[in-house]
Ligand binder design. Structure first.
Ligand code: PLP
Length: 387
């Protein structure tokens, strides 16, 4: 267990409202068929934590550990890199170079003369940029990644490792998103964003379809009674929406989805409270760097606004406590990877929150540890041991 920390919980009054399909099944099938044939693809482990489940008074607690995903350290490897491949193949077709270039063709460098002249870009607080840079390098394209001032040197180095040029932008993640889009437009670069905006939805949709592979694996690994609850962390909401879509496709009724954000950047919770897409201001100062987003992805919100059961905001101190707790259980989880666990532990220890979420001794909870030690120096500083 962890010590008590203040938290916010908001039950979604729009839960269950019918709406449009945000992530069509055909797009998911294409993403799965592609990603699962990439060299190095391996299903990540789903760990059972029976002692912790008993301690917090639920039946089952399982956590999907994304630290090993494609050697990139986070689930984000599934999204950005996949979208790079889709956009690149489409562009080669548009130019009349290859009607249907496969990943194998691209990795083998068959169209290198053309791909080398194509540049991909995105804004990132670490993991998404690493995925885009990795994808661009594998597929023989150029890459420029925008980071805001708060991104740690360790995370910048990890992106540069994949050959990307790095540009540092003043302000927050949301500022870097706008800067990347503006510079891309001026230069004819392709933006691979994990968040959407008006008129820009196809790429983030593919990114989210890629993320669904993680949730799909968890469904296939799950044994026994279906999950009753899923707690997942929220940045712009992309991964939470992907998990939501996959859970709704796999289970009837779907498990109750609880989206957990840092207290300093709870834009999805604010949107739920206001009943519409809402941004939060301020410097978004949180240790959970991957979740430091002040503006939800409209596409993700279309799913979460009606399919999420509740939203929570948790403080950084709870995340650090969860990193230590998982380290003791042999799971290396980074700052942004543990928000869901923090939400569960805080809610489970609070009688009112337990009742609101319907957490009981019969609950079966699925969590996603969405990153490992993606900044090893910071991990060591926070946990007290090396990853
Ligand atoms: C480790 C980790 N978990 C969760 C998220 C949140 O994903 P999203 O922004 O799609 O909500 C991120 C985003 O960067 C992340 O890096």
């Amino acid at each position: 267990m962890i010590a008590p920390h203040p938290f916010r919980l908001f039950a979604n009054p729009q839960f269950g409202t019918p709406g449009t399909v945000v992530l069509p099944e055909g797009g998911f099938r294409r993403a799965k068929a592609e990603i699962t044939t990439w060299p190095g693809y391996a299903v990540t482990t789903l760990r059972d934590l029976p002692a912790l489940a008993a301690e917090i008074g639920i039946a089952t607690l399982r956590i999907k550990d994304e630290a090993s995903r494609f050697g990139l350290g986070s689930f984000k490897a599934l999204g950005g890199a996949y979208a790079v491949g889709v956009v690149l193949a489409n562009e080669l077709a548009r130019r009349g170079i290859a009607a249907n270039a496969s990943t194998a063709d691209l990795v083998a460098g068959r169209f290198r003369t053309a791909t080398a002249g194509i540049t991909f870009t995105c804004a990132t607080d670490g993991n998404h940029g690493r995925s885009v840079a990795w994808g661009a390098q594998r597929f023989g394209a150029a890459c420029v990644i925008f980071v805001h001032e708060g991104v740690s040197q360790g995370r910048i180095d990890a992106i540069a490792h994949y050959g990307a040029q790095i540009r540092v932008v003043a302000g927050t993640y949301d500022d870097s998103v706008r800067e990347a889009a503006a510079i891309a437009q001026a230069n004819g670069w392709f933006v691979i964003s994990d968040t959407s905006w008006d008129g820009y939805t196809e790429v983030p949709r593919d990114v989210m379809q890629g993320y669904r592979v993680m949730a799909d694996e968890a469904v296939h690994q799950w044994t026994g009674p279906a999950p009753s609850h899923v707690f997942v962390q929220g940045g712009v909401g992309g991964v939470a929406a992907a998990v939501s879509a996959q859970m709704r496709a796999a289970y009837r009724p779907a498990p109750r989805l609880v989206v957990v954000e840092p207290e300093a950047a709870a834009c999805l919770l604010a949107s739920a409270e206001q009943g519409r897409l809402a941004a939060v201001g301020g410097d978004l100062d949180t240790l959970m760097a991957g979740l430091a987003c002040g503006e939800p992805s409209p596409l993700a919100w279309q799913e979460l606004g009606r399919a999420a059961f509740a939203f929570m905001a948790v403080p950084d101190a709870a995340a650090v406590a969860c990193m230590r707790l998982l380290a003791a259980a042999g799971i290396v989880a980074g700052e942004s990877g543990v928000a869901g666990l923090a939400g569960l532990l805080l809610a489970a220890a609070d009688p009112r929150a337990r009742a609101q979420l319907g957490l009981t001794a019969d609950s079966h909870v699925l969590l996603f540890s969405t990153e490992g030690a993606t900044d090893p120096a910071l991990y060591q500083q926070l946990v007290g041991v090396a990853a």
